[in-house]
Design a protein around this ligand. Structure first.
Ligand SMILES: *Cc1c(COP(=O)(O)O)cnc(C)c1O
Length: 405
């Protein structure tokens, strides 16, 4: 039996895989120790578990365990990376480059840094959401200390040319940070080959628990020095004080392991379902896709239905399917009455942005669900349009002059 509503908002968060829950459970009860307690077996057990997860996570991106700092999520990792580098390299330069389609937790941190005397260049992206390395090269000055470009966008799924940007940063002696929250476990990541210096990750986007993430910080060639943003007991080599969330870290490790093991198989299966849904949705008159046609996450689908407000569509379908408008992550955009900053950046006008939905398929999405949700969305779009006087007037010819009352 299919459970309703069908969950299609996996860019926002994912259910925890049962295998992950199983692995976490003992660390709430029997193995509840504090990983920083060095004097008894409770502490040791917890530490062993944390170090195992660290090793798994490091290996999955071709890093060393000591290069992983566990955090409360990608928001914290982004804060630590940007503020930590800005502070530690203050004497070297005060210019940071990022892009218009970054997650709020990068853009807002850049805003804060600007207020404390840094200069930030936010480069444009093209109509597919791609950040061109050339625009970054042009923005670079002798003062530039850091470039922050996300690996995959959380709204339109577009993948950045990180390898080229990495080469450019290497050439110019500038550090590269990437927010890999949406790409971890979905595409192969090799921090060495890509010349990445810092990388943010999160567990709850890959079927792990909420409230845990990590920052990769390169230890060699060059050794990246970061100023900690959380002071206290000196956990995580002083980089992030606070008692470690052992069950969550254990879960993160298992989630990464599963995601990497199943990566190829899942990209084919889920990618196939996404293409199937895309075909259904794009068959609607004047519907269009946002993002790159092929160079994007296999589970992403972002579609504009002219004349159909996303909030109205979501409300109409609330019992059938759960997805989001432009961006659920940046409710700040919505509250401020703005359209999604990502859609605006790729040239979608404010009105079209309001008629846009974002769908994120996932590990537990089935073909039955896709066929059901796809049909419901198409039906609802047509239904809303049939009651829209504006649609009737502007599409008179298409509809053979039939004006719906
Ligand atoms: C979800 C998300 C974040 C925030 O991650 P949290 O772990 O929820 O703080 C940051 N960046 C991107 C690209 C995301 O998709």
């Amino acid at each position: 039996m299919m459970k309703l509503p069908v969950y299609l908002d996996n860019h926002s968060t994912t259910p925890v895989d049962k295998r992950v829950v199983e692995a976490m459970l003992p660390y709430f009860t029997e193995h509840f120790g504090n990983a920083a307690s060095r004097h008894h077996s409770f502490g040791w057990q917890a530490e062993v578990a944390v170090e195992h997860a660290r090793k798994v996570l490091a290996r999955s991106v071709n890093a060393e365990p000591k290069e992983i700092i566990f955090t409360s999520g990608a928001t914290e990792a982004n804060n630590l990376a940007l503020k930590g580098i800005a502070e530690s390299l203050r004497g070297k330069g005060r210019h940071i480059i990022t892009s218009k389609t970054e997650h709020r937790s990068v853009l807002d941190v850049c805003g804060v840094l600007e207020k404390s005397g840094y200069r930030v260049t936010v480069v444009d992206v093209d109509r597919y959401g791609i950040v061109h390395p050339e625009t970054i090269r042009e923005a670079m000055t002798d003062e530039t200390i850091l470039v922050s470009v996300m690996m995959a966008n959380n709204e339109i799924g577009t993948l950045a040319p990180i390898s080229e940007i990495g080469r450019l940063c290497l050439e110019r002696g500038v550090l590269l940070h990437t927010d890999a929250t949406q790409s971890l476990g979905k595409i192969p990541i090799d921090v060495q080959a890509l010349n990445i210096h810092l990388m943010s990750m999160s567990a709850h986007k890959i079927y792990g628990p909420k409230g845990v993430g990590a920052l990769y910080v390169r230890a060699q060639n060059p050794r990246v020095q970061l100023t900690q943003q959380m002071d206290g007991g000196g956990h995580e080599r002083g980089m992030r004080s606070g008692t470690m969330n052992v069950p969550a870290i254990v879960g993160f490790g298992v989630a990464v392991e599963i995601a990497c093991e199943e990566m190829t198989k899942e990209s084919v299966r889920v990618g196939g379902l996404r293409d199937r849904l895309e075909k259904m949705l794009l068959s609607v008159d004047s519907a269009s896709r946002n993002g790159h046609p092929s160079n994007r996450l296999y589970n992403n689908l972002n579609v504009t239905f002219p004349y159909v407000r996303a909030d109205g569509l979501m409300a109409k379908l609330k019992k059938d399917a759960a997805f989001s408008s432009g961006s659920a992550c940046s409710s700040a955009d919505l509250e401020a009455g703005h359209a999604s900053h990502v859609l605006t950046a790729i040239g979608v006008d404010e009105d079209a942005a309001r008629n846009t939905i974002r769908i994120g398929l996932g590990r537990f999405t089935t073909q039955e669900e896709i066929d059901f949700a796809g049909a419901k969305i198409v039906e609802a779009v047509n239904n809303i349009r049939s009651q829209s006087p504006q649609y009737a007037i502007e599409n008179k010819e298409k509809n053979h002059g039939a004006v719906v009352s």
